[in-house]
Design a protein around this ligand. Structure first.
Ligand SMILES: Nc1ncnc2c1ncn2[C@@H]1O[C@H](COP(=O)(O)OP(=O)(O)OP(=O)(O)O)[C@@H](O)[C@H]1O
Ligand SMILES: [Mg+2]
Length: 509
């Protein structure tokens, strides 16, 4: 019997200490289908895909690819079986080049076994161009932004000749612009008969490209539906097991004094002539395409990168801000987009990460008061709904979205215990990978912060989030501020026009 299924996973179970990550989950994928996999943070999505890719050993169940049972226990087996995965937490080698990463483990060879660098670079350039990424194949991974790394991860997965491609939150840091190229690629893969598993917390994307959707909750499969038979609301209900309460559009806080002034900021080749102010009680959104310099601006203010020109004033007083340590001391918090490298110490316990940015708050006479640490961590686990068996869990073992919540907890803890007069929080993609319910929770927390007199700078690639949260929006393009929009005048079209430099008639969004 000819089957149209490229993939079948049957009765998969996976236990971790204290957590059943997957409980008798079955999942199937048709030829040429985009099958969305959704669920709250910690529901088991990534674990199911890691079982498929052989990155994690299952406790029970079986997997069939193209109707044949397969035992995939290594990345190599996965490649042989035609399974290619874009991981949520990237699997790139930081000190190798883009081209080396794209061809890792399958380098093209010249006679006598030498690596064929030239065809490796041109192949990599081609794979990147197909998804509209302007990244040099020679660039070193550790020099790239998170969004650029994500594009390399995508290019790698697409350049393997695969029957099944898994995309675990490929869009989390991509803007509309890059997303369009990705969706174009997905369409041609579908036409070629490839089956695609697409994981995302942005439900609107799922309605754009998915044919079917499967919902997981607490390691169980709740259901699989044709996309025509569900809407936003019914998917959310399946995900969380109840109706999510509607949140009223928040009243914006009263805007107060100027907390931060940036004047003529420049970093050669990256940032040019950046000037703006941030007020107390204000959420300032920063929009722009991947590579526009948004993260670089945040890093320059935070003292993480050198500045070549320009002044920074806090409460009207010029400050050197030469290092992150100084920025933190002066009351600036930076929730980085890169939770793996800068945000967290993954080897440490959840509770240790929470208090990391302000140990002073829980230290007496040089000793860390463990009780205070436990209490802080317990509070944040409840407030942010962090799904974990315990506050002692190693952060490494949390799901992607729950790791992101720990990054937020760490800076919220630091901000709450700060007595410096300037209280400025910079959030870089704060809800990247966060599920719909928790996202609303985090937005509430940001509003509470500004209501209490803090100033917030929020970088986000998600235009709806920028529009919903910002009192004012700066749009960056090629390292400069391309324009500023007040809340009332901001629309997706206006932002995209400024971000791309398009004029009214050529704007495509
Ligand atoms: N290596 C591990 N050790 C212990 N527990 C783990 C490990 N990996 C995952 N878990 C747990 O398994 C559960 C499922 O995690 P998983 O990463 O699959 O969630 P997810 O659906 O991908 O969530 P997210 O949307 O946040 O990425 C979570 O409770 C998580 O804490
Ligand atoms: Mg995940």
């Amino acid at each position: 019997m000819a089957t149209e299924l490229v993939l079948e996973m049957r009765h998969i179970t996976k236990d971790y200490p204290g957590v059943r990550a997957l409980d008798d989950v079955s999942f199937e994928l048709r030829r040429g289908e985009v099958h969305a996999l959704v669920g709250e943070n910690g529901a088991g999505k990534s674990t199911l895909m890691k079982v498929l890719a052989g990155a994690v050993a299952k406790d029970a169940g079986e997997t069939l690819v193209g109707g044949e049972p397969v035992e995939i226990t290594s990345p190599h087996d996965a490649m042989d079986a035609g399974v290619s995965v874009i991981y949520q937490e990237f699997n790139l080698v930081p000190y190798l080049s883009v081209a080396e990463n794209i061809y890792l483990g399958r380098e093209p060879k010249l006679p006598f076994g030498f690596i064929d660098w030239r065809s490796m670079r041109s192949g990599a350039a081609e794979a990147l161009a197909r998804i509209g990424a302007s990244i040099s194949p020679r660039a070193v991974i550790s020099d790239l932004s998170v969004a650029e790394q994500q594009m390399v991860e995508i290019a790698r997965a697409l350049s393997v000749d695969a029957r099944v491609i898994v995309m675990d939150e490929p869009s989390a840091t991509l803007t509309e612009h890059e997303l369009k190229s990705l969706f174009g690629q997905i369409e041609s893969l579908k036409d070629a008969g490839v089956g695609i598993v697409y994981i995302s917390h942005r439900l609107e994307e799922i309605f754009q490209i998915a044919d079917r959707v499967t919902v997981l909750r607490d390691g169980h499969r709740i259901g699989t539906e044709d996309i025509e038979n569900v809407d936003h609301r019914s998917i959310v209900r399946m995900m969380v097991g109840r109706e999510l309460r509607e949140r009223p559009e928040a009243a914006t806080a009263a805007v107060g004094d100027v907390l931060l002034q940036v004047e003529g900021l420049r970093r050669a080749g990256v940032l040019e002539d950046i000037s703006f102010e941030l007020h107390a009680g204000e959420i300032l959104g920063i929009a722009g395409l991947v590579g526009a310099g948004r993260t670089e601006l945040a890093r320059a203010i935070f003292g993480a990168d050198r500045r070549d020109a320009g002044r920074i004033l806090l409460n009207g007083e010029e400050v050197p801000l030469a290092s992150p340590a100084e920025a933190i001391r002066r009351g600036i918090g930076f929730v980085t987009e890169d939770r793996q490298l800068q945000g967290l110490v993954l080897e440490m316990a959840l509770k240790e990460n929470v208090t990391l940015a302000n140990l002073g708050a829980i230290t007496t006479g040089g000793f860390i008061r463990r009780r205070a640490e436990d209490e802080a961590a317990t509070d944040f686990v409840a407030d942010l709904d962090i799904r974990t068996p315990s506050i002692n869990q190693r952060t490494l073992n949390l799901s992607g979205g729950n790791q992101q919540k720990v990054v937020l907890a760490k800076w919220l803890f630091a901000a709450a215990h700060h007595d410096a007069r300037a209280r400025i929080l910079i959030f870089d993609e704060p809800t990247r990978g966060i599920d719909v319910g928790s996202k609303a929770e985090i937005h509430d927390i940001m509003r509470r912060l500004v209501r209490d007199g803090a100033g917030v700078i929020m970088i986000s690639s998600e235009l709806p989030e920028i529009l919903q949260m910002s009192d004012r929006i700066l749009v960056m393009r090629e390292g400069r501020i391309a324009g500023e929009l007040a809340r009332q005048e901001a629309t997706q079209e206006r932002i995209m026009m400024l971000a791309t430099g398009a004029t009214e008639s050529t704007a495509t969004l």
